[in-house]
Write a protein that binds this ligand. Structure first.
Ligand code: G3P
Ligand code: MG
Length: 355
């Protein structure tokens, strides 16, 4: 009996909690870690084996490169081994639209490699707005005055097996923050009010999707920068002023409740892979169990905290002071369950509370 009791006492408990980390303004500022964020993440791994001890993922509204590449970039910047399954970006839910648009012409815009993101999800005819615009002579009357060169990796014409100038665009995707707002607004308006082929006339508006709707976010500059939500407002208000029917669109990303539901199911998968279960085999089954608590650590009250609050049980929100929010007390409109200075403090709080 003693052995059994001793065994039960020493048996590792499957963690009944998980953590979702926001990236911009919590973990990174631009490409630099904020404070000791890498150290905070290391605490979630086993010291000896280096394998994952606490299920966690990144839940960001940002993006622009495929999740697999973002995972290796983050692993390098943060010094821990991050799996692509742990990276949920604003545009990740776009892959659920594959059945509708797999073989249709779709355009994708934003910083980074928007078309590569869509191709990785399986969209066969995804073209970046950079490339799309290049097939239409003078579509951007300001182009001759744009003497700058962008660092966008794929803005060249490829050898496409289809003709973008004669086929209708079925959907437009804003994958990440647009780089050239004036060109993007012009060309998107052309697509949206012509039924998908600039210059044509049609009552039908192609589908329009935004990866997120953040009005502002924390980047390298000391004060907030305009995000995808700001671009959406610009596009929408111009479109609605030149067109007789208001813009129809869908925005993904936090604070939508389905983002938190999806995070919960990924954390469940990660829970069944945590190191204790693997190494000691102390869990009878590899099935995951429901979480008692899921922590959302974010810097943006109206996005991260509002989202976690709306998602309800088992979400618990932690607001840091390293990004959009800098207040002394809690936020008045979207108060978090806990307010801390940094992500290190957030992780310390969680581990204290759980163990
Ligand atoms: O462009 C990124 C921004 O909109 C938000 O990123 O990581 O704070 O959700 P994050
Ligand atoms: Mg943030």
């Amino acid at each position: 009996t003693y052995r059994l009791v001793a065994h039960l006492h020493s048996a590792p408990k499957r963690p009944s909690f998980g953590i979702a980390f926001d990236i911009d303004g919590v973990i990174l500022r631009g490409r630099s870690p904020i404070g000791e964020s890498p150290k905070a993440l290391k605490r979630l791994y086993d010291d000896d084996s280096g394998s994952l001890k606490i299920p966690y993922l990144f839940l960001t509204n940002g993006g622009g490169i495929p999740e697999s590449r973002r995972a290796s970039e983050l692993s390098q910047l943060l010094g821990v081994d991050i799996d692509p399954i742990q990276v949920v970006q604003g545009h990740s839910p776009f892959k659920n639209l594959l059945t509708r648009f797999e073989n249709e012409l779709v355009v994708a815009t934003g910083k980074g490699e928007p078309a590569a993101v869509m191709s990785e999800y399986g969209f066969k005819k995804a073209v970046s707005l950079d490339e799309y615009a290049s097939y239409f002579d003078s579509i951007d009357p300001l182009a001759p005055y744009k003497t700058w060169t962008t660092k966008q990796p794929c803005n060249k014409q490829r050898n496409l097996s289809f003709d973008v100038t004669s086929e209708s665009v079925k959907a437009a995707f804003v994958v990440s923050d647009p780089v050239d707002w004036s060109r993007d607004i012009q060309v998107l308006c052309d697509i949206l009010r012509s039924g998908g082929l600039p210059g044509e006339k049609s009552e039908h508006q192609p589908d329009m999707y935004f990866a997120a709707d953040d009005l502002e976010y924390q980047a390298v500059f000391p004060s907030e920068r305009l995000g995808m939500g700001a671009f959406r407002i610009a596009l929408e208000s111009i479109f609605n002023s030149i067109h007789h029917k208001p813009l129809k669109y869908t925005s993904f990303g936090k604070p939508n409740p389905f983002v938190f539901k999806n995070a919960e199911s990924i954390l469940m998968q990660l829970q069944s892979l945590t190191s204790d279960a693997d190494l000691n085999g102390d869990y009878k089954d590899k099935k995951s169990h429901h979480f008692e608590t899921l922590y959302m650590i974010g810097d943006n009250p109206s996005v991260d905290i509002k989202g976690a609050r709306q998602a309800g049980h088992p979400w618990f929100s932690i607001l840091t002071r390293t990004g959009v929010f800098r207040g002394k007390e809690n936020h008045s409109d979207y108060p978090a369950d806990q307010v801390v200075d940094t992500v290190e403090e957030a992780v310390e709080f969680i581990l204290q509370r759980e163990f």
